[in-house]
Write a protein that binds this ligand. Sequence first.
Ligand SMILES: [Zn+2]
Ligand SMILES: [Zn+2]
Length: 219
Amino acid sequence: MPLNDLTGKRYGSLTVLRRDDSRLSGDAFWICRCGRCGREKSIRGTYLTGPRAYKDCGCSWNERKADLTGRTMGGVSVMERLPENRYGQKTYRVRCAVCGAERIMVQHDLLGKPRDCGCTARAETNERLRNQAADASSRSIYNGAKIAAAFAEKPMPTSTTGFRWVRWYPRNNCWCATFRVAGQRYFKYGFETPESAYKWAKEEHEKAVKEHGITEKEE
Ligand SMILES: [Zn+2]
Ligand SMILES: [Zn+2]
């Protein structure tokens, strides 16, 4: 089948100069000059004719794509083109649909159609940092450093609780009870209240005294 020679034909701003001899297999390509930008470009013949034919070399589309002003990219509305940043990237003033804030974003990130200005990721990071800070602060409470602050609403725990054998156990942030009977030390911690610690101690003490009959000086 003889090749339909397009040389000299005009399609929109494109003028066909000659067959592209570097691409001989498959569809024919044609070197075209674009009257819009003056450049030459190799274009597939089937893209020159037909309902969706190119009207220029692609320069008008590239220019539209080059300026995102007025467009919505993902969850971000592009308000205004700004001067390039110091890395030579195109930047824009944008408004984020998620947080409502105006921010500056670069073209590269906008072309990826971001779901927001980055606020969701920032919020997650902040939440994680807050949790870490809270964690660290509760650990220091655990170590006994901030007991007064943490228990401000309760009476400050001291070793004198009003309950015999009972005292505050800062290492585990709880109450403990300890006593000695016949040379043996009885100790338990993990009580939430001095009352419960005392209840345990009283019962154990009674049992121990019944068993040994001797009570030693309290610790
Ligand atoms: Zn062009
Ligand atoms: Zn946002």
